[in-house]
Design a protein around this ligand. Structure first.
Ligand code: MN
Length: 198
């Protein structure tokens, strides 16, 4: 789905403000993600991972005890590429019908996603995924990613402190609320649902 190169943001750096500042995007997309990409390319150089697509690097390295650093950096590249596709200027709006149905209402989905996101202890991610049978919310710690475990991501939120600390300091709940109300790119979520649920 994504590559081992840095993709440009799909919007101007000030387009998500005040919910996500240009300074956060500079730091998060411009430096954190760039570093994961640089590290990954250096780590795989000369290894069996060098010619694999990103998804295969993740699915192979997750069970390779000698490739923990490769897994962590590859998973973070995927997670961030996915996350930055999940946000857009003037985001938010109507929740796709499949999600409303699965959670018995849009507000119930928001409540469950907020609770899961707020409950991540330390660094990690919250996700809406499809596991082959149903849509469900889950969280992953550090770099871990649903695609390493055979699940299909639909929506993700980065709840590492670097994702929100410049704008919200310790107020992670405010960042989560702003994400759901003003940033979610439901068009991308819609594309993911269309690919997964046939
Ligand atoms: Mn991040």
């Amino acid at each position: 789905m994504f590559s081992l190169s840095q993709f440009p943001l799909m919007f101007e750096k000030n387009a998500i403000a005040p919910y996500m500042s240009p300074e956060t995007l500079d730091c998060h997309h411009g430096r954190h993600l760039a570093t994961y990409i640089k590290n990954l390319n250096e780590l795989i150089d000369g290894t069996k991972y060098a010619d694999m697509p990103l998804d295969d690097i993740i699915k192979t390295s997750v069970t390779d005890s000698n490739a923990t650093k490769i897994f962590n950096n590859a998973a973070q590249v995927f997670n961030h590429d996915f996350f930055f596709h999940c946000i857009k200027p003037n985001g938010g709006g109507d929740v796709p019908n499949e999600i409303v149905a699965a959670f018995d209402g849009a507000n119930a989905f928001f409540d469950a996603f907020k609770s899961a996101s707020g409950g991540v202890f330390g660094s990690g991610w919250s996700w809406l995924v499809h596991d082959g049978n149903t849509l469900k919310i889950l969280t992953t710690a550090n770099a871990d990613t649903p695609i390493a475990h055979g699940m299909h991501p639909v929506l993700s939120l980065d709840v590492w402190e670097h994702a929100y600390y410049l704008d919200y300091q310790n107020r992670r709940a405010d960042f989560i609320d702003a994400f759901l109300s003003h940033m979610v790119n439901w068009d991308f979520v819609r594309e993911n649902l269309d690919q997964i649920i046939k």
